[in-house]
Design a protein around this ligand. Structure first.
Ligand SMILES: Cc1cc2nc3c(=O)[nH]c(=O)nc-3n(C[C@H](O)[C@H](O)[C@H](O)COP(=O)(O)OP(=O)(O)OC[C@H]3O[C@@H](n4cnc5c(N)ncnc54)[C@H](O)[C@@H]3O)c2cc1C
Length: 260
């Protein structure tokens, strides 16, 4: 089995995000830590488990600036065999379609492959568009929000989460599958894995190396504004003995919050 995993680097989910001067993007200078998008960790883990059961190789692929290589190193440290980093200044302002075009071109260079795994959404952007677009561009079947993957002979049986239950789908391989929380428990990279990752190859390629150009990734949609949620009002402490506090709380819920 050759499994390709699309890995996106995103701001640490603990980040207190700030909007930059453009008013339409987050301020990357204020992001202290970048991580592998948590849904992509499920994808990496599943690829490694399939490889451990069936043999084969796992290739992690990212499209992003220099810093995105750290996400590939994490995948390599977890146990992936090799990595592809698509890096090009034209990617800085692309949209989901441009990202999918780039990933599709990169994945094609890895053919023949059996399975392409993505997270079900890139935390932060949360578009949940890239896996579907990728499947279309690769002309492959796709199954979304997988919570169980079983690989058979040229086929996969996949359980996916739906409202209040699960569906079981069967698909021929190769296919594009997006992964959901609950699929597995991603492993931590061991020290041995981290050391081994330093020796593994990351192939760096730009758009022209994939037969693309800036026009191929020019965004069709543009983020025009981004805003943070309104700041929460300060906490109000109610003074007095418990009986007085309870009475005042009831009054506030009734008269100010108007919820009772
Ligand atoms: C400076 C800047 C400008 C931008 N301008 C625009 C703009 O004008 N218009 C616009 O629509 N968007 C813009 N974006 C957003 C950017 O293109 C997003 O990375 C892209 O839209 C993917 O969003 P997502 O994570 O929500 O994708 P999702 O569809 O939620 O991602 C799902 C899965 O696809 C895979 N995936 C997604 N992205 C990557 C990647 N880069 N590498 C590897 N795998 C990946 C992962 O497996 C991920 O879990 C901009 C971003 C930046 C940093």
């Amino acid at each position: 089995m050759k499994i390709v995993v699309c890995v996106k680097q995103v701001p640490d989910t603990e980040t207190r995000v700030k909007i930059d001067a453009s008013g339409s993007a987050i301020s990357e200078a204020d992001v202290a830590n970048w991580i592998v998008s948590p849904y992509d960790e499920f994808a990496i883990e599943e690829a490694l488990r399939i490889k451990e059961a069936k043999g084969g190789e796992v290739v992690v692929v990212t499209a992003g600036p220099d810093r995105a290589q750290a996400a590939l190193r994490t995948g390599l440290a977890m146990g992936a065999d090799s990595a592809v980093h698509v890096k090009d200044a034209a990617l800085d302002a692309t949209d989901t379609l441009g990202t999918a075009r780039v990933l599709a071109a990169a994945v094609k260079t890895l053919a023949p492959f059996d399975l392409v795994l993505c997270g079900q959404q890139g935390v932060g952007g949360d578009n949940s568009q890239v896996p579907g677009m990728l499947a279309e561009l690769l002309d492959l079947p796709q199954v979304t929000v997988a919570v169980k993957v079983e690989i058979g002979d040229g086929r996969a049986t996949i359980e996916r989460e739906i409202e209040g239950g699960r569906e079981t789908w069967e698909t021929p391989l190769p296919a594009v599958v997006s992964t959901q929380k609950g699929l597995n428990e991603p492993r931590y990279a061991s020290l041995k894995g981290i050391m081994a990752a330093k020796k593994k190859t990351i192939q760096v390629v730009d758009l022209s190396g994939l037969g693309l150009d800036a026009a191929s990734v020019a965004p069709k949609v543009k983020v025009t504004a981004m805003e943070l949620p309104a700041a929460r009002p300060a906490v109000r402490m109610i003074e007095g003995d418990p009986a007085a506090q309870a009475k005042e709380l009831v009054r506030l819920l009734h008269e100010e919050a108007q919820v009772i």
